[in-house]
Design a protein. Structure first.
Length: 87
């Protein structure tokens, strides 16, 4: 999906509602009924699809060489069992 720089002024409604302008909805492929994730980043409001959040998180940890939590837990349990056997 190609992103372009779009700008639109929006107003905050009486009940805190914001309407996302049609050109932006079309560009981001937002559809009626979509669930979106909203977060505050510094002093910005970011609204995105859950799939975008998942891609960003996966990308961030893709090259992580960290040991898995499951492996750490198994290693701890094995060490505890070894110590108990020696007692």
């Amino acid at each position: 999906m190609a992103y372009s720089k779009l700008h639109a002024d929006v107003q905050l409604g009486a009940q805190g509602r914001v309407v996302i302008p049609a050109p932006i909805r079309k560009t981001l492929e937002f559809r009626p009924g979509d669930t979106l994730v909203a977060r505050v980043e510094d002093d910005h409001l970011v609204i995105e699809k859950p799939e975008s959040v998942e891609r960003r998180i996966r990308s961030r940890f893709r090259n992580s060489r960290a040991r898995s939590l499951a492996d750490e837990l198994l290693a701890e349990r094995r060490e505890e069992a070894r110590r108990e056997d020696q007692s």
